[in-house]
Write a protein that binds this ligand. Structure first.
Ligand code: NAD
Length: 492
C-alpha cells in the first residue's frame, strides 16, 4: 500500500499528457516514508517467505480476476495518465492478466532439483574419506560397498532473497510493474515499488486490488518519491535486489549505486527491422507502423530503423508512408485513435529537435515531422546516417528511419551495428539467412517475419550490450529473485 506516514501528505497533481486535464492526486513520499517502507518490506518478507505456494498463487490468480472485473477502470486510468490509446491500454490489460496467471501457475510448479553426487568413484572416495582412513580400492570393492557409495543426495532449492526494490517507467504503468511484482510474490519476496512520476495512480490502484486479493499489506509499498530518495533506496543495504525498467543512462547509473545487490536492468534501444526481397511487403509495412509509430512509438522494443532490400525498396516506401499517413492521431481517450501524445511536451520538443537536426544534416522527411504540443505527427525519415541521433540514440517517439540496402546481409550488418541490443525483426523466408542473422546480431530476441515489439510475457526478455542486464519473463524473473541453497544428505 502507499507509504505516506504523514496524515496530511503533500499531493502531486497527475495530469493528462494530451490536454493537461487533472487525472488525480498522488501523495508524495518523504524521507520518513521511505525509511518506513524499508522496515515494512522487511516485515513483509518474513510473512511472504512463509506462505505456502498455493496461497501465493491464489493471490496472483485473484488479482487477475479482480483486474478483469474492473477492466474498464484500469483501461481509462492508463489511457488518461499515460496518454495511451484505448486499444493499447486494453492490450496492456490482457497482457497483465497473462502475466499474473502465468506467475500463479509457475508459483505452484517452481522448485529446485536433485543434484547427482555419485558420479566419480575416485572423487567420491577422496571427498568422503576420514583423515586416517585407508583408501578404498575401487577395483576390488564389492557391490554392497559400491551401493553404499551412492548414499548421498544433493537437493538444490531456491529461496526468495529478500525485499526487492522495483523501479518502473511510464509507458506500461500496469504490465511493466507486474513484470516485477508477479514473479516477486510468486517466489515469496516483498516489494517496494517506485513507479514513474507520470503514472503512479495505476500502481496505487493495483496495490489496492492486490491487498483485496489477499496480499499481506506489508508485502507491497508504493513510494512516489523524488530521484534523491529513490537513489537512497537503491543504495540501502537492507534491499536485496533492484529490478529496474527504464532508460539506458538511468539504468546503468542505478547499477553503479547499488553495491552488492542483485541488479536487473530492462532498458531501451534503437530497434531495427530488415526487409529482404522475398518479404510480404504489405504485411511488413503494416507491422512496422504498429511497432514504430502507434502509441507515439513509446515501446522499448519499438521499430526505429528500417533497412530494406533495394529491389523492393520503392514498393515498401510507398506502402509504409501510406499506412503511416492513415494513422489516426488525436485524443487517446477516443476510440480508434492510433497515435496520441508522447508522455510530455518536453519529450515532444526533444523529438522534434532530433528530427530538425537530422534534416539540417541531410535527412529528408517523407511524411510527418511536425509537432503540436505533446503530439508528434507520425514521421518517416530517409537519407539518414548511422551517426545522426535519430539512428544512433533511442528516439522513443513516432519516428522511423528508412534506408535502402543492397541485400539482406548488409541490412543485418547495419541493424546490428548499434550499442543497443534489445530485440530485432527480420522479414525473410530464407531460413539460412535467419539463423546466420541470429549469430551476427546481438539482441535478446530476433523475430523472423515480424517486428521487435512482439512479446509474450512468459518468454525470456532482456537486452544485450547497453540495453540491459539479466532476463525478465515470468520464470526467468523468478530465477533472478531467488538464490540457491544446496542440501547434501549422507544417509549411507
Ligand atoms: P526513466 O529512466 O526516465 O525513468 C524510469 C524510472 O526511473 C522512473 O520511475 C524514474 O522516476 C526513475 N528514476 C529516474 N532517475 C533515477 C535515479 N537516478 N535513481 C532512481 N530512480 C530513478 O524512463 P522513462 O522515461 O519512464 O521510460 C522510458 C524508457 O524506459 C525508455 O528508455 C524505454 O526504452 C525504457 N523501457 C524499457 C523497457 C524494457 O523492458 N526493456 C520497457 C519499457 C520502457
Amino acid at each position: 500500500m502507499h507509504a505516506s506516514q504523514n496524515p496530511d501528505p503533500r499531493q502531486d497533481a497527475i495530469l493528462s499528457p494530451y490536454d493537461g486535464s487533472l487525472v488525480g492526486h498522488m501523495p508524495v513520499s518523504e524521507e520518513v516514508d521511505v525509511e518506513q517502507a524499508i522496515l515494512t518490506a522487511q516485515k513483509g518478507f518474513d510473512m511472504m517467505r512463509k506462505l505456502p505456494r498455493f496461497v501465493r498463487a491464489d493471490i496472483l490468480d485473484r488479482t487477475a480476476d479482480l483486474i478483469e472485473a474492473r477492466k474498464d477502470e484500469f483501461v481509462r486510468l492508463i489511457a488518461a495518465e499515460a496518454g495511451k490509446p484505448l486499444y493499447d491500454a486494453r492490450g496492456e490489460i490482457s497482457r497483465s492478466l497473462l502475466n499474473l496467471r502465468g506467475a500463479a501457475r509457475e508459483a505452484r510448479a517452481f522448485g529446485g532439483e536433485e543434484v547427482p553426487l555419485d558420479i566419480d568413484g575416485a572423487v567420491f572416495e577422496y571427498q568422503t574419506a576420514s583423515a586416517d582412513g585407508s583408501p578404498l580400492d575401487l577395483s576390488k570393492a564389492d557391490l554392497a560397498t559400491l551401493n553404499g557409495l551412492g548414499r548421498r543426495i544433493g537437493i538444490a532449492r531456491r529461496f526468495p532473497i529478500g525485499p526487492i526494490l522495483a523501479i518502473t517507467p511510464f509507458n506500461f504503468p500496469l504490465n511493466l510493474v507486474l513484470h516485477k511484482l508477479a514473479p516477486a510474490f510468486a517466489v515469496g519476496n516483498s516489494v517496494i515499488l517506485k513507479p514513474a512520476p507520470q503514472t503512479p495512480l495505476t500502481s496505487r490502484l493495483l496495490a489496492e486490488v492486490m491487498v483485496e486479493a489477499g496480499l499481506p499489506e506489508e508485502a507491497l509499498t508504493v513510494v512516489h518519491c523524488d530521484v534523491p530518495l529513490a537513489e537512497k533506496l537503491v543504495r540501502d543495504d537492507r534491499i536485496a535486489m533492484v529490478t529496474f525498467t527504464g532508460s539506458v543512462p538511468v539504468g546503468w547509473h542505478i547499477k553503479s549505486l547499488s553495491g552488492k545487490k542483485k541488479v536487473s536492468l530492462e532498458l531501451g534501444g534503437n530497434g531495427a527491422v530488415v526487409v529482404s526481397e522475398d518479404a510480404d511487403i504489405a504485411f511488413a509495412a503494416a507491422r512496422c507502423v504498429r511497432g514504430g509509430v502507434v502509441y507515439g512509438g513509446q515501446y522499448c522494443i519499438g521499430v526505429q530503423r528500417i533497412f530494406v532490400h533495394e529491389e523492393v525498396y520503392d514498393a515498401f516506401e510507398k506502402e509504409l508512408v501510406a499506412r503511416v499517413e492513415a494513422c489516426k492521431v488525436g485524443n487517446p481517450m477516443e476510440e480508434g485513435v492510433d497515435v496520441g501524445p508522447v508522455i510530455d511536451e518536453r519529450s515532444a520538443m526533444r523529438i522534434e529537435s532530433w528530427i530538425n537536426e537530422a534534416v539540417e544534416q541531410g535527412a529528408r522527411v517523407l511524411t510527418g515531422g511536425t509537432r503540436e504540443k505533446a503530439v508528434i505527427a507520425p514521421t518517416v525519415l530517409t537519407d539518414t546516417k548511422p551517426d545522426m541521433k535519430v539512428e544512433a540514440d533511442e528516439i522513443f517517439g513516432p519516428v522511423v528511419t528508412l534506408t535502402k540496402v543492397k541485400d539482406a546481409d548488409e541490412g543485418v550488418r547495419r541493424a546490428a551495428d548499434s550499442r543497443f541490443g534489445l530485440q530485432g525483426g527480420f522479414f525473410t523466408n530464407d531460413m539460412k539467412a535467419a539463423f546466420r542473422a541470429l549469430e551476427d546480431w546481438d539482441v535478446g530476441a530476433l523475430m523472423i517475419n515480424d517486428v521487435p515489439i512482439y512479446r509474450i510475457d512468459t518468454m525470456p526478455f532482456g537486452g544485450w550490450k547497453d540495453s540491459g542486464l539479466g532476463r525478465e519473463g515470468t520464470r526467468y524473473a523468478m530465477d533472478s529473485m531467488t538464490d540457491i541453497k544446496l542440501l547434501v544428505v549422507n544417509y549411507g
